[in-house]
Design a binder for this molecule. Structure first.
Ligand SMILES: *Cc1c(COP(=O)(O)O)cnc(C)c1O
Length: 428
């Protein structure tokens, strides 16, 4: 069977396929650059695995307390080598990115300490962790004071404001790399490095933590290469490579990791306990695959930016901007556009392609939300996924794709939906 016919049986017309193929041709050079980054990062991971002498004995499961879990210890060594940190905490007991960030923060902050975000409001779920929105068990309840300095209008750092906000009690600075679902730009590793140098020049003992979610392996360097004391992320995003069924990581200075470990398990226990329950192989293998998986997701994001910008929609980042995370936003301006897009992403999934997502009133949101995800792992956003609140400006955020070909199919399918429903009138 011809590829054209196969696509046609998947619901993609010749017109949509050719439109996509023409754009893909124009992106050849950018895709090559992405592949070169993936090759570099692949070498980094393999070298780390060789240095730590990974062996199949490390894939064995432990149970109970998990004393002497060799696989767990070597996995953490591999993460430390890969991200150039002194030590790491990589655990299935870290149940999400939010949890890993909570453990890193609460392990390293004490009553009376100040926490500073010099990059504006952090990710939604951290508002409750910190106590920006009142919440039971927040850092605020434990006497940690929060300060925030917003980015300037043009997205740059407010260095004067940051200098003024730092005082004797400032203990930890939290820097979010990805824009998440905000409208500010994502920070490059280079920019993060400049911010950290500025802070360390004022007070070298301030702990600089980076929320690294969605950023791993997008560039050759990571924030730990430019002075971050801790980086934190989720294994059901980039570094799990789609294989990790759960988990989070913290990599950085040994004393920071130690303090976090006493919060994760218990004072006195730290890193010595925590059974890996048979997860180790998927953690190792997922990290091994992650550089190429991230490359596929990046190609999908850039492809979508080009597909939709050409049709007149606002896309962030735009079709030519450099990339520092895997998230793509497309503003459709109407509920129908957002819904058609998300239903196209769902229809292209390997899992649950036959269900049709609809907007619903999700707890905690002020507008109905539509979510598309046909994922092997629940909530995994390294897998192709999209979501959007049904409110102006009617923008959809999407990310992931374990392979470039799947991301491409999802985007073509979304475009086909928009055309079939008359939301897009014609292809240029
Ligand atoms: C995903 C994410 C988190 C944590 O989210 P979880 O859903 O708890 O894993 C934190 N910060 C940013 C920027 C994120 O993208």
């Amino acid at each position: 069977m011809e590829l054209l016919q196969l696509y046609s049986e998947m619901g993609i017309s010749r017109q949509v396929l050719e439109y996509g193929q023409n754009i893909e041709k124009e992106l050849r050079e950018r895709f090559e650059a992405i592949d070169e980054t993936a090759e570099y990062n692949q070498m980094k991971v393999i070298r780390a695995m060789q240095k730590a002498r990974v062996s199949d004995i490390h894939f064995a499961a432990t149970t109970g307390y998990g004393y002497n879990d060799l696989g767990r210890d070597v996995l953490e060594e591999v993460y430390a080598h890969t991200f150039h940190g002194e030590d790491a905490l990589v655990r299935p007991q870290l149940i999400s990115g939010t949890h890993a960030l909570h453990v890193a923060l609460s392990g390293n902050l004490r009553p009376g300490d100040e926490l500073l975000s010099p990059v504006g409001k952090p990710y939604d779920t951290l508002e409750e962790v910190i106590g920006i929105r009142d919440s039971v068990g927040s850092l605020k309840e434990y006497g940690v004071i929060y300060r925030q300095v917003d980015l300037l209008e043009d997205g740059s750092f407010d260095y004067d404001g940051i200098r003024k906000a730092i005082n004797d009690r400032t203990r930890l600075v939290t820097i979010q790399r990805s824009k998440g679902y905000a409208t500010r730009p994502t920070l490059s590793v280079d920019k993060i490095g400049r911010l950290i140098s500025f802070i360390k020049d004022i007070r070298p003992d301030i702990i600089c933590m980076v929320d690294n979610c969605y950023g791993e392996f997008v560039e050759r360097a990571e924030p730990t290469d430019v002075g971050a004391d801790m980086i934190v992320g989720s294994l059901i995003k980039n570094p799990g490579g789609g294989l990790a069924p759960i988990g989070g990581y913290i990599v950085g200075k040994k004393e920071c990791i130690d303090r976090a470990s006493y919060r994760l398990s218990a004072p006195g226990l730290g890193k010595e306990v925590g059974a890996s329950l048979g997860m180790n192989q998927s953690f190792f293998q997922g990290l091994f695959l992650s550089p190429t998986v991230v490359a596929g997701a990046l190609k999908g994001a850039i492809f979508a930016a080009n597909v939709y910008e050409r049709l007149g929609f606002l896309v962030v980042p735009d079709s030519i901007q450099s990339r520092h995370d895997i998230i793509q936003a497309v503003t459709f301006g109407t509920p129908e556009g957002v819904i058609a897009f998300c239903q196209g992403i769902q229809a292209a999934a390997p899992v649950d392609s036959f269900v049709t997502p609809e907007p619903w009133d999700m707890p905690g949101y002020d507008a109905p939300v539509i979510m598309a995800a046909g994922a092997f792992v629940q909530g995994s956003s390294i897998e192709l996924s999209a979501d959007a609140p049904i409110k102006p400006p009617y923008a959809v955020y999407f990310q992931g794709g374990l392979t470039w070909y799947h991301a491409k199919l999802g985007i073509l399918k979304s475009l086909q939906n928009l055309l079939d429903r008359g939301i897009v009138r014609g292809l240029a």
